[in-house]
Design a protein around this ligand. Structure first.
Ligand code: UTP
Length: 223
């Protein structure tokens, strides 16, 4: 199976813990050993947020803030790559990443352009690579009707169509400090390409290995 994994910075590097990064790399290595083609896109997490918040006080542009975030995603991508056993490639472009996957290497991307997040990068890569599965490893265990951290009554969806995903995340993405588990552009790309996607809690990297290798998951399936 060809799989693109979006690894949120908040699950890969909530702090700079080499054991956590090594455990993530081991889960991805095991998926490759099991015969799967894997592409990875890594987020910026709390460090990106800290840079963005500091720079926002300095009266710079939103695009420049995004560039800072992108820079941190690239640092996290390098960190993960350092821990992988499987041959990897830190690429900046979709085409190079698709080629790397076809050649049996794990491309590890970060952000590519201002105005979006790495969720959208992962969705575009999944479409470009004609991936069988797009796996969002995030800090929530699926897609809810409202933000579960703000509303105790929030209900999780076990399954959504891509169109339903767009409808659910669109209102969440409008608010500041967006609470959407998957960003709106990513949802639209999933819809456009008709991708099969899973949103799972990626805090434990075993979740990622199990979803890819064993086909078992606890989260929201988009198909
Ligand atoms: P993330 O993809 O990590 O954003 O990119 P996020 O979803 O807010 O954070 P986590 O990791 O899931 O917790 C970090 C920041 O980098 C910029 C954006 O500013 C984003 O908020 N970015 C990232 C871009 O501008 N373009 C990209 O392609 C990727």
């Amino acid at each position: 199976m060809r799989v693109v994994v979006s690894v949120g910075g908040s699950v890969l590097a909530p702090d700079l813990d080499p054991d956590r990064v090594a455990a993530y790399a081991a889960a991805l290595d095991e998926a490759v050993e099991a015969g799967h083609e894997i592409g990875v896109v890594v987020g910026g997490g709390p460090v990106a947020r800290e840079y963005i918040e500091a720079a926002r006080e300095l009266d710079t542009t939103e695009v420049e803030l995004d560039r800072l975030g992108i820079g941190v995603t690239h640092l996290n991508a390098r960190l993960l790559r350092a821990a992988l056993d499987a041959p990897s490639a830190r690429t900046d472009g979709y085409e190079a990443s698709v080629e790397a996957m076809a050649a049996g290497r794990i491309p590890v991307m970060g952000g590519v352009a201002p105005g979006q997040t790495t969720d959208a990068v992962a969705a575009a890569l999944a479409e470009d690579a004609r991936a069988d599965l797009l796996l969002f490893a995030t800090s929530v265990d699926g897609v809810y009707d409202v933000d579960p951290t703000a509303d105790g009554e929030a209900v999780r969806f076990d399954e959504l169509t891509p169109g339903e995903l767009v409808d659910v995340v669109a209102p969440m993405s409008r608010s500041a400090g967006a609470s959407a588990p998957v960003d709106l552009l990513a949802a639209k790309l999933v819809e456009r390409a008709g991708l099969r996607a899973l949103v799972v809690d990626g805090i434990d990297p075993e979740t990622v290995r199990r979803a890819i290798v064993d086909g078992e998951f606890d989260g929201t399936e988009i198909r």
